[in-house]
Design a binder for this molecule. Structure first.
Ligand SMILES: Cc1cc2nc3c(=O)[nH]c(=O)nc-3n(C[C@H](O)[C@H](O)[C@H](O)COP(=O)(O)OP(=O)(O)OC[C@H]3O[C@@H](n4cnc5c(N)ncnc54)[C@H](O)[C@@H]3O)c2cc1C
Length: 492
């Protein structure tokens, strides 16, 4: 908060006394310059931060700063996954500009304060928050400017996917965004960015033209193919390891906002999964076919398949005809649909605040062994699981062209638990893990955005790109200030 607001808050008693000139009626003798608040360092040690310095930081911001006792703190620190929402950062710096981010980063670095960065706050493993650290909250930086003639969009680092889709679709333009519209562009893009159009247009990172980054040193660096291309390479799949991205620029593609597609329902059996395996081998780039295994109305598991065809409708009807002819079809239909309606149809299912746990992995193909495991575990009914359809344009980028190495995979497969009741967590998490560990030997790595794993697995998951990522980390974040992510460890 600006100094004026800052002094009005519940913390004011402690802090106002510590900020010269803040309490207007207070004589200079009353200033308690020794006041401290508890916090946590990067290394997890307990530290204290001087309230005078916090006041100065607050004063330097155009956005707000919240401490734990402040009205507005709970809302500002809120994250999507209820499993992590109880965490209590020592302070939330709600930035409105790149300068605010610079001030926050300088403050944290100088005090070795633990830092988390919140874009949309949609991290499954809760990487955007912490106990005792500084949360750099970008949620108020959400503007999108579309240059329709230049076919590009400039997007603030805290925008949501809905902001981007809404702005671009008005111009019959699009870039790849994900399947739940309130996810943040920040974490989504930096991890790779899969969505219903990635087979036509590539991942979000394949459409990234440039980024503005506040690095650990507090420098503002522009990265693109022309400028700091090494950093630009690392940002495209290396997550939030190299700094806070305050602005993304994306390439846009012509796109009819009315797509051909819909939802189809099938039984979950070997025949259906073999049919899906064939579709994965033969589907044109315009087709995005994503089964989710969920309980049907009678409680038995069904395959609820989201189908999106992003090209000419007549061609889509022809290409997808086999899906309607397949004997296991139980219901649903295909036809013209609003793309934005499809992009928002899962928003309610993935509302804020639930208890959520997910493990996922990439699969190169659906082998008979994989199909057998899936049919068995899905029909136990103890998890929900789903595919994200990859290949097409995503696979025509070399694995070392960006930091995202998983270019040759056919699908991402996610297994999830979600509940409003924390008492169910233990059983729900155990069911996800059992299914996942049965499939893991068949998987080709995982999407770093979706779950947390051991350091060794996380590093291995960057594949042959890891050494180059370590070099970049050494250059841009040698003290590992940005560590709450799929972390790359500096070696300097
Ligand atoms: C319901 C749901 C649906 C999803 N669907 C998809 C999907 O369709 N496709 C897909 O690819 N992924 C999907 N994801 C995964 C998603 O990509 C990640 O959860 C991603 O991290 C969300 O971005 P965020 O900005 O909301 O994350 P946050 O939780 O805010 O941050 C996650 C990580 O990214 C870093 N970060 C965020 N913004 C910035 C920034 N501007 N600069 C630097 N670092 C930053 C944070 O430090 C943190 O480490 C989904 C997740 C959920 C929960």
């Amino acid at each position: 908060m600006r100094r004026r607001t800052f002094c009005k808050t519940t913390l004011a008693a402690a802090v106002a006394a510590a900020i010269p000139g803040c309490g207007r009626d207070m004589p200079p003798a009353a200033i308690d310059v020794g006041s401290l608040i508890p916090a946590v360092s990067s290394a997890g040690e307990e530290i204290s931060i001087e309230t005078v310095a916090i006041g100065e930081l607050a004063d330097s911001l155009s956005g707000n700063l919240y401490l734990q006792a402040d009205e507005g703190y709970a809302a500002a620190k809120r994250v999507w996954n209820g499993m992590f929402d109880q965490k209590q950062p020592a302070m939330v710096v709600q930035c409105l500009s790149t300068d605010d981010v610079v001030n926050a980063v300088d403050f944290a670095r100088e005090r070795n304060l633990l830092v988390s960065v919140k874009g949309g706050g949609y991290s499954y493993p809760g990487k955007c928050t912490s106990d005792g650290g500084m949360m750099i909250d970008l949620s108020q930086m959400s503007a999108v400017d579309v240059d329709a003639d230049g076919m590009r969009a400039r997007v603030d680092g805290g925008a949501l996917l809905s902001h981007l889709d809404t702005a671009t679709l008005q111009h019959n333009l699009l870039t790849t965004t994900g399947v739940v519209s309130h996810t943040g562009v920040g974490g989504f893009t930096l991890g790779g960015g899969m969505g219903r159009t990635d087979r036509m247009m590539g991942l979000a990172i394949d459409n990234l033209l440039s980024a503005t980054v506040v690095t650990a040193s507090g420098d503002v660096v522009h990265a693109s193919e022309e400028e700091n291309d090494d950093l630009f390479w690392g940002l495209r799949g290396g997550g939030g390891n190299f700094g806070v991205v305050t602005e993304f620029v994306y390439r846009l593609h012509p796109f009819n906002p009315t797509i051909f597609g819909g939802g189809l329902i099938y039984d979950v059996d070997k025949d259906f999964l073999e049919f899906y395996a064939e579709l994965l081998d033969t589907a044109p780039d315009e087709a995005n076919i994503e089964p989710a295994f969920v309980p049907g109305e009678d409680g038995n598991m069904i395959a609820s398949v989201s189908v999106t065809w992003g090209g000419d409708h007549a061609a889509g009807e022809k290409a997808l005809a086999s899906m309607l002819a397949f004997p296991g079809l139980k219901g649903g239909e295909l036809g013209p649909k609003s793309y934005q309606a499809i992009q928002t149809q899962l928003d309610g299912v993935y509302a804020h605040g639930g208890q959520n746990y997910l493990k996922s992995g990439f699969l190169n193909e659906l082998t008979p062994e994989v199909i057998e495991i899936m049919v068995d575990f899905v029909n136990r009914g103890s998890t929900v699981s789903w595919f994200q359809h990859l290949g097409g344009a995503t696979s025509r980028v070399a694995p070392d062209a960006t930091a995202f190495a998983h270019r040759k995979v056919a699908v991402n497969f996610g297994i999830e638990y979600s509940s409003q009741d924390p008492a169910q967590n233990e059983a729900g998490i155990a069911a996800v893990r059992e299914f996942y560990y049965a499939l893991e030997p068949h998987m080709a790595g995982f999407y770093t955005n979706l779950h947390d794993d051991t350091e060794k697995k996380t590093w291995g998951n960057y594949g042959p790109n890891y050494p180059r990522l370590v070099e970049l980390k050494n250059q841009y974040d040698p003290t590992n200030l940005f560590r709450l992510n799929a972390n790359i460890k500096p070696t300097v």
